[in-house]
Ligand binder design. Structure first.
Ligand code: DQA
Length: 156
């Protein structure tokens, strides 16, 4: 069976392609997601976006009950302030990779701190939509290693 991997986007990320394209790029999430599905036939990908913290947590809880293998999450501004989202990610006890389209360390000072990062296995920041792809590759490698199918040592 393919490992179930959740791709989660937080507040304001439903408008990718339209929202400040000079910062977040011109591709819509639908276009990005279609590319990810095509690139990772080995994974059972499920995407979810919400502007609401509680809805994101409800989704993560539902994914836990469904046996999710791992999570790739761009928490948007919740990155910098949501202990509730962080707790939900920690409670999963599954590998989490944090992704940011922009380089959060090169912007306003409040963006340079992530409360989510300590419960993630890794973080990718500043590489645009490629970040999602690299995160999925890291999770796939990890799953293969755990399943005894090899993979890139040290990744994810
Ligand atoms: C973001 C960075 C956050 O600081 C911001 O609030 C976002 C998007 C990114 O992908 O670069 O909404 O997570």
């Amino acid at each position: 069976m393919k490992p179930l991997v959740a791709l989660v986007n937080g507040p304001n990320l439903g408008r990718l392609g339209k929202r400040q394209p000079e910062i977040y790029g011109s591709q819509s999430w639908d276009a990005i997601f279609a590319g990810l599905v095509a690139a990772f036939p080995e994974l059972d990908l499920e995407a979810f976006q919400s502007n609401h913290e509680g809805a994101l947590i409800d989704f993560l809880e539902a994914m836990a009950d469904r046996g999710v293998y791992g999570v790739v999450i761009n928490p948007g501004a919740l990155t910098h302030q949501s202990y509730a989202l962080r707790d939900a990610l920690a409670a999963l006890q599954r590998p989490v990779i944090e992704v940011h389209l922009s380089n959060i360390y090169a912007r306003e000072p409040f963006r340079a701190h992530s409360v989510v990062a300590p419960v993630a296995v890794g973080q990718i920041s500043g590489l645009g939509p490629l970040g999602y792809r690299l995160a999925l590759q890291a999770l796939l490698d990890r799953w293969r290693r755990e399943a005894g199918h090899g993979g890139t040592p040290g990744a994810g």
